[in-house]
Ligand binder design. Structure first.
Ligand SMILES: Cc1cc2nc3c(=O)[nH]c(=O)nc-3n(C[C@H](O)[C@H](O)[C@H](O)COP(=O)(O)OP(=O)(O)OC[C@H]3O[C@@H](n4cnc5c(N)ncnc54)[C@H](O)[C@@H]3O)c2cc1C
Length: 227
């Protein structure tokens, strides 16, 4: 939980790799608090508490193909996982990273993807800009280009809820077990200590029991609309 004094506190994922030292957050300015964080300069004081909640558990995918699917800012929390997966390719099967964003300007991966030489990386945008020579379309449309054996694959998905739903359903149709699909659900979080109830989704409090949960549990919960 990152606090911008005078504005408030919001949940933000860790996007750095723990072993490299330091703590990095990647924040998209969408409202009062995130705009305040993005406007912070060296020397400004911010509040920080945590970490809270569940992680990706990449270690469950040892020896198996790995599929990482990110939409927009959803790449930020997946970055440590991708860095771990490509750092030691012998620990996993094939590693695929599929990235979607609304426009080329929204792509977080521009400076990072060349450092993932051992992963297949597909990138697409919804709306191309002048000079864009890459793919155009939804991130699910990249799935056919990825190389993975569905019954022995694990998938890690983060992005807007409609993208999570479409991606997970597509993966299940292709034969990936729903228990092998990890999704990060970013509902309205306030206290992060399982006290206030703002992030309740079905039977769970996402700040404590999530945000990363398996798709076999999450699918029915997502029919509950966020207030
Ligand atoms: C577990 C978790 C991890 C997150 N990690 C990151 C991260 O690494 N980087 C990052 O930039 N953001 C992340 N977010 C989202 C971030 O917390 C919200 O963007 C933030 O709360 C917005 O607060 P605000 O005061 O700036 O804007 P507000 O005024 O509260 O909201 C501005 C607009 O953004 C929409 N919005 C608010 N929260 C969300 C959300 N969770 N998902 C989609 N739309 C939302 C609102 O509906 C509104 O339209 C994460 C959220 C969760 C729950």
């Amino acid at each position: 939980m990152v606090h911008c004094f005078g504005r408030g506190e919001i949940p933000v994922s860790v996007s750095s790799v723990p072993t490299t030292g330091g703590l990095a957050h990647t924040v998209r300015a969408v409202g009062a608090v995130s705009e305040g964080l993005c406007a912070a300069r060296v020397g400004d004081v911010l509040g920080l508490r945590g970490p809270y909640g569940t992680g990706w558990e990449l270690e469950r995918a040892l020896g198996q193909d790995v599929l990482v699917v990110a939409g927009g800012i959803g790449l930020a929390p997946l970055r440590p996982l991708i860095r771990d997966a490509v750092a030691e390719p012998s620990r996993h099967g094939r590693v695929n990273v599929l990235i979607g964003a609304r426009t080329p300007d929204d792509l977080l991966s521009k400076w990072e993807t060349p450092r993932w030489p051992t992963a297949y990386t597909g990138v697409t945008v919804d709306r191309p800009a002048d000079g864009w020579r890459g793919e155009v379309g939804l991130v699910t449309e990249l799935m056919g280009q990825a190389s993975f054996d569905p019954p022995s694959s694990w998938a890690f998905v983060c992005g807007p809820e409609p993208m999570i739903r479409a991606t997970s359903c597509d993966l299940v149709r292709r034969g990936v077990a729903a228990e092998h699909i990890r999704v990060s659900l970013e509902r309205n979080m306030r206290c992060a200590t399982a006290t206030c109830g703002h992030c309740q989704l079905g039977p769970v409090l996402l700040c404590r029991d999530g945000p990363v949960v398996s798709w076999d549990r999450a699918e029915s919960w997502l029919s509950v609309r966020e207030l």
